[in-house]
Design a protein around this ligand. Structure first.
Ligand code: SAM
Length: 259
């Protein structure tokens, strides 16, 4: 099956998308990195403004589903962890032997995360600069894997899913929070108008540049629908692949188990 139907890249043509533009598969990551270098220092405030605070609720739901163990050692990997929002929640929900590895390809995003962790006094974290497509860990290292608003930025989605599977222990859980397709027509029209007009405009005023936010909105539209992405998770080897839509389908949480 052609990768591009899945929102990844097509190995035959070596083409994929960067927002609504077509780019060479090997060029996408550099363009994504450029977006996050530009937005790193304003990332958290923009998240609050753009989602009207909803991203906090979605992340709380994600961590509620991840349920880190409290009475035994638990090693959690948060991929595309950026400024640490999900990792901090996991660390707080876990017990004294919970360890959370925050992995991101972008040093600027991780630097903001480290600084925030220090300020907030969150312990039990490791920060690792690496690519979701080539995780620098042995097989069967982690009890759980999360990726929030990260997978649609990864050029080779299937490769990242295989890496998630490889590095999870048997019985480990994969959880992905990502924008999805709004399934309430009236909300869809409002959401489109808000995304394509208001978000780049807010980006311009608050962060001084609308272009990175145009990419963020366009990349949401290019990401596969929930059913297709669930099938991709199953194809990577995960059992009981399923999803839960939140906020009328604005986002979905996908999960699967390494059985
Ligand atoms: C929208 S941010 C999400 C950050 C955080 N998870 C959150 O929910 O606030 C996307 C993150 O994905 C990271 N990213 C993009 N491509 C990646 C890759 N191939 N491997 C690891 N991280 C990647 C970016 O650097 C960025 O920090």
């Amino acid at each position: 099956m052609a990768f591009d139907q899945h929102g990844g890249g097509d190995p035959a043509t070596h083409e994929t998308h960067f927002g609504f533009s077509s780019v060479r598969l090997e060029d996408k990551q550099a363009r994504v990195d450029d977006v996050f270098h530009k937005v790193a220092s304003r990332y958290d405030i923009m998240n609050d403004i753009m989602s009207m605070g909803l991203h906090r609720v979605w992340k709380d739901v994600l961590v509620g589903m991840a349920r880190p163990a409290t009475g035994r050692p638990f090693h959690h990997l948060d991929v595309a962890g950026g400024t640490g929002d999900v990792a901090f929640r996991i660390a707080r929900a876990g017990g004294p032997s919970t360890r959370v590895t925050v992995l991101d390809i972008n040093a600027d995003m991780l630097a903001v995360g480290r600084e925030r962790a220090e300020k907030l006094g969150v312990a039990g974290l490791d920060f690792v600069e690496a690519n979701a497509e080539a995780l620098p860990f042995p097989d069967k290292t982690f009890d759980a894997y999360t990726i929030a608003f990260g997978i649609r930025n990864v050029p080779r989605v299937e490769t990242a899913l295989k890496e998630a599977y490889r590095t999870l222990k048997r019985g480990g859980r994969f959880l992905c929070l990502e924008f999805s397709r709004v399934d309430v027509p009236a909300l869809g029209r409002l959401y489109d108008a808000y995304s394509f007009t208001a978000i780049p405009a807010i980006g311009k005023v608050v962060a001084g540049d609308g272009a990175p936010y145009r990419y963020l909105v366009e990349s949401i539209r290019k990401f596969p629908d929930a059913e297709t992405f669930r099938d991709m998770i199953a194809e990577a080897g995960f059992g009981r692949a399923s999803f839960t839509r939140l906020t009328g389908g604005v986002v979905a949480i996908h999960t699967g188990w390494k059985l």
